[in-house]
Design a protein around this ligand. Structure first.
Ligand code: GRF
Length: 197
């Protein structure tokens, strides 16, 4: 395997996807984006992909009568674009077993807290930051990890701590955590790039 080709799966605005793309165009990340897939037709990330001439597809489970057909469609799309690292960037859908099997240790996710704290089913978006504040944690952060069949569970690749301030709100905390995500995700991708060259 010579070139690292990313398949980015995202459901929302895709600010992490944009940050990875910027790191690539700035020469900081040794990879290329092969394809972007979203399960939401209106996702900002698809709009961004179109504006930047990146191949992008809307693939959602409700387009298929069987979930296995949905998995096959995602899998085919990734392989047609020669993807060798699947990057989840705010993808609000569980990855199916067939894809996990094909891309073993080649699917990574970013979580806006220091796993294993504040992770698992239902722990996404503002719920994570609200739980951190409710608990009174003084440190939170981000985790980039391999994806396995359990939510927020696979082996950890990189983490970065973010301090919780006395007067933080969900909004202020999530803004700081997201900034840390943008500064870090591409560095985890570089670990794979070094390995493939
Ligand atoms: C990020 O907070 C990420 O940690 C989580 O989903 C959010 C995605 O944000 N998995 P964005 O769409 O990249 O802006």
């Amino acid at each position: 395997m010579s070139k690292l080709i990313l398949g980015i799966l995202a459901s929302g605005s895709g600010s992490n996807c944009r940050a990875i793309h910027k790191a690539i165009t700035d020469g900081l990340c040794k990879a290329q984006i092969g394809v972007i897939i979203s399960n939401h037709a209106e996702a900002g990330v698809l709009q961004y992909a179109r504006e930047n001439h990146i191949p992008a597809f809307h693939i959602a489970s409700d387009q298929f009568s069987e979930i296995s057909e949905f998995h096959t469609a995602v899998e085919n799309c990734l392989s047609q674009h020669q993807v060798n690292l699947v990057v989840l960037a705010g993808y609000m859908k569980k990855i199916g077993k067939p894809i996990l099997d094909i891309y073993q240790n080649r699917i990574i996710n970013i979580h806006p807290a220091l796993l294993p704290a504040f992770g698992g089913k239902g722990m996404y978006g503002h719920h994570v930051h609200q739980a951190v504040l409710d608990y009174g944690a003084k440190i939170t952060g981000i985790t980039i990890h391999f994806v396995d069949p359990e939510y927020d569970h696979g082996k950890i690749i990189l983490q970065k701590a973010v301090e919780v301030m006395e007067n933080d709100t969900v909004e202020s905390l999530s803004t700081r955590v997201l900034k840390a995500e943008h500064e870090t995700y591409y560095k985890a991708i570089n670990l794979f790039a070094n390995e493939t060259n």
